[in-house]
Ligand binder design. Sequence first.
Ligand SMILES: C[S@@+](CC[C@H](N)C(=O)[O-])C[C@H]1O[C@@H](n2cnc3c(N)ncnc32)[C@H](O)[C@@H]1O
Length: 287
Amino acid sequence: MPDGQGSPAGAARVVDLLDLGAGHLRGAVDMPRREAARLLGEVLGLEEAQVYARTDEDVSERAELSYGQLIRRRADGVPTAYLVGRREFYGRSFEVDPRALVPRPETEHVVEAALECAGAGAKVLDLGTGSGCIAITMALERPGVSIVATDLSLGALAVASANCRRHEVEGRVRLVRADLVSALRLQAFDVVVSNPPYIAVGEWHSLMPEVRDHEPPEALFAGDGLDFYRRLFAAREWSEVGQRLVLEIGSGQLDAVRELAVHGGFAVEAVVLDLAAIARVVRLRRK
Ligand SMILES: C[S@@+](CC[C@H](N)C(=O)[O-])C[C@H]1O[C@@H](n2cnc3c(N)ncnc32)[C@H](O)[C@@H]1O
């Protein structure tokens, strides 16, 4: 037995539960069998690959019940990351719950672009830290930097705090509740990084239910999609020539963000495409 519960007569086998779960998820998620294996692995304490290697083993009734609940919630659209309570980012595991956005793979490009301009000892500000994935990853990848990570949401800051403890960077990532640019008044920063909310409220209907019905709206929506950038570039708090700003942007927003940036006294240094060849990150320099 995968979970050590004994093997009662008539117990379901791993393969039966995989088939049942995948059938239930068909039409609701992109890769039903993989998701079913991931969730079954979660209740059995196994990696996905181990689940496929144990298809003939019996599963306890208790594990079967837990699995059934997870499958039903997943079919209802709850993101897997919220069901299992964590998500991989930049090769590390981050705790997540519905108070914080689930870290996305494309945001790893933000970290890379920010690391390129954060030298040893750099002071970094992460605006809208959510789970803390950008700030904490930067702290771990570049041990010399010190980071202030802000969010308006107390719930998100609680998740970020749990992740700081998990990755033992409490002393190097300072969490502050602050509204957007007010954080710039805290101290001078060499690099400001942000993956802000950038979806237009009008796009609500076109979003996947998994996103729009389960992730925090304050992490997703920003007026016409550009509100956050507008406020950022209009801020008077920017002071130092040479300050770097690294931003994640939404699909199709590059021209509008570039215009706002130039108007606000920034020059675009680099644009990074994501794996789908969409302009996803801009790196800017204060003129
Ligand atoms: C797109 S999420 C990014 C979270 C995380 N940095 C990531 O990349 O996964 C944006 C975050 O900005 C926060 N936020 C929204 N408006 C804000 C504001 N005016 N000031 C500070 N943070 C804000 C949200 O609470 C959310 O955590």
